[in-house]
Design a protein. Structure first.
Length: 289
């Protein structure tokens, strides 16, 4: 397969990650259609674009004509077929549930042209678990952005055994054109690079908290002021979403049966109470003040 020239990008999932990935692509010159099954989420995503771009102009970070051009390149729709039928690349940014991703990728495989690359922004689910529902496994790979996607430079690109060199080459090139710094993993591994390292820290922080050793505030302060991290593990949990941590832990526990992957008691409590962090206004910290 020859390398694909990417002009049109579809982003599936218009939540915090999805709409920021979409806007990053539009700012890089790509024509982008962002889609979601929720009209409410789509409305919020479009409102974000209409607010973010003028704010960047007001701060002198973006020229007015560049902002206007980027806004003209991005559109929002609830119709997956409309969003994906002309896409050269699709970036899926839905919730971390494998059965949902299977449905999305099977639909995309049916809708998209044969040359289209199908990438997943999944934080943990390797693309080999998804590629089998398509007729194009060599064009299915992980393309993992970090939150907030507009600001964070790193993107993890994973070359599973099923992924072609041409696919990886194209995905890496798109990342660079978006102003990102892509790193390539030569093989699949659960959690990729960054999340394996961060998860070890978060797991230990949650254990210390559950043992009653220290509060989230004090653990965060220790990590920031002693280790030099920009934010502590509990602030990070609130930023990425406690619901995501719960879903990922349960998915891994159900897959392996290993109790070490079961979500921490405090994560389960926060999940049940819908205290999912910044997205709900409360997590380990209160954002409604």
């Amino acid at each position: 397969m020859a390398s694909v020239e990417v002009k049109n990008i579809c982003v599936v999932g218009a939540g915090n990650m999805g709409h920021q990935i979409a806007l990053s692509a539009a700012l890089a010159g790509y024509k982008v259609i962002c889609t979601d099954i929720s009209e409410e989420i789509l409305t919020m995503a479009e409102k974000f674009a209409d607010t973010y771009l003028p704010e960047r102009v007001a701060k002198g970070k973006l020229a007015e004509d560049e902002a206007r051009a980027a806004r003209a390149r991005i559109s929002f729709t609830g119709d997956l077929t409309e969003a994906a039928q002309d896409a050269d690349m699709v970036i899926e940014a839905a919730i971390e549930k494998l059965n949902l991703k299977h449905k999305i990728f099977a639909d995309l495989d049916r809708i998209c042209p044969p040359h289209t690359i199908l990438a997943t922004n999944s934080s943990y689910i390797v693309s080999s678990k998804i590629a089998g529902v398509t007729k194009r496994p060599a064009q299915v790979c992980n393309m993992h952005f970090f939150n907030p996607a507009l600001a964070m430079k790193l993107v993890e690109v994973v070359k599973g055994a099923h992924v072609s060199d041409e696919t990886v080459e194209t995905v890496m090139d798109v990342c660079k054109k978006m102003g990102k710094i892509p790193v390539m993993l030569q093989k699949e591994i659960y959690g990729f690079l960054v999340n394996r390292i961060v998860s070890a820290i978060k797991t230990e922080a949650l254990y210390i908290h559950d043992m009653g050793v220290a509060s989230p505030e004090d653990i965060d302060a220790a990590v920031v002021h002693a280790l030099g991290h920009p934010m502590g593990p509990f602030r990070l949990l609130d930023l990425t979403g406690i619901d995501l941590t719960y879903y990922v832990g349960m998915e891994r526990y159900q897959e392996t049966g290993d109790p070490k992957y079961k979500p921490s008691p405090i994560v389960v409590e926060k999940f049940v109470n819908k205290e999912w962090g910044r997205k709900t206004g409360k997590g380990f910290y209160n954002y409604c003040k």
